[in-house]
Design a protein around this ligand. Structure first.
Ligand code: NAD
Length: 251
């Protein structure tokens, strides 16, 4: 028996990295998965690999800054799979710079994807979850949304901090409808987003040394947290911050 048997999940940013692993894991645990991204070729390859493994998944182009794209993605979940139970707001971009080096354009771009994208997805998913009789929203923030961090960049940190408190507002406003909402706060995870670190041996050593558990995270480390929050195993949990960081923020 799968941990998500009978559930329908929508995942943003699912063409690679953590989102792709979540699409694979959720499908392997019995969910029907709609996932979207702006990287169509990669997304279609992930869909083919999930289907080859016997899972049920559909890729759709979903730019999280587009309200129309969100409408189409939610509509696909309901028309093809009958309902929507789970939303993982995973898509994100990391463009780093200090405050004085951050242009208005950079600020707006980072907040449009990382923060407005979460708002638009949540707003479109809520009516569908209400129709389904409840649901679970998982917002991927970052430890940069809890701590001010030099390396993470000013706009990125602000965008993820907003996701942290928006998550709690969503949780409080929709608890009575059985719609839960929690945030995940990964530390450095070895995905394409972190290529600037993993391709640079000196920087990699610095970042690894910051982690008490002594290694970078993997997509699997985070995906299992998302799986727990998506599933009914976390039925009495809403508004929390699940930190998955190898101990960085415990120091
Ligand atoms: P990644 O870059 O591999 O994946 C991010 C995905 O989001 C990509 O597939 C990308 O195409 C997609 N995306 C970007 N802009 C989009 C848009 N406008 N619409 C739809 N999709 C879009 O990185 P990842 O590590 O898998 O990141 C997943 C999430 O985890 C992000 O929200 C990221 O901020 C967060 N995070 C990552 C780390 C890390 O160290 N990798 C740490 C903390 C939090």
């Amino acid at each position: 028996m799968g941990r998500l048997d009978g559930k329908v999940a929508l995942i943003s940013g699912g063409a690679r990295g953590q989102g792709a692993l979540e699409a694979e894991l959720f499908a392997a645990e019995g969910a029907s998965v709609v996932f979207g991204d702006v990287l169509d070729a990669e997304g279609q390859a992930v869909e083919a690999s999930i289907r080859a493994a016997g899972g049920e998944a559909s890729y759709i182009r979903l730019d999280v800054t587009s309200d129309d794209d969100w409408a189409r993605a939610v509509e696909l979940a309901e028309s093809r799979y009958g309902k929507l139970d789970v939303l993982v707001n995973n898509a994100g971009i990391a463009r780093g710079a200090g405050i004085e080096e951050t242009s208005e354009e950079l600020w707006d771009q980072v907040l449009a994807v990382n923060t407005k994208g979460v708002f638009l997805g949540t707003r479109k998913a809520l009516p569908a979850m209400r129709r389904a009789g409840g649901g679970s929203i998982v917002n991927v923030s970052s430890i940069a949304g809890i701590l001010g961090r030099r390396l993470a960049g000013s706009a990125y940190s602000a965008s993820k901090g907003a996701v942290r408190t928006f998550t709690k507002s969503t949780a409080i406003q929709h608890a009575a409808e059985g719609i839960r909402c929690n945030s995940i706060h990964p530390g450095p995870v070895d995905t394409p987003m972190l290529a600037g670190v993993t391709d640079n041996p000196e920087l990699l050593t610095v970042r690894t040394n910051e982690v008490p558990l002594g290694r970078l995270g993997t997509s699997q480390d985070v995906a299992y947290g998302a799986l727990y929050l998506a599933s009914d195993e976390s039925a009495w949990i809403t508004g929390i911050e699940l930190i998955i960081d190898g101990g960085i923020t415990a120091q």
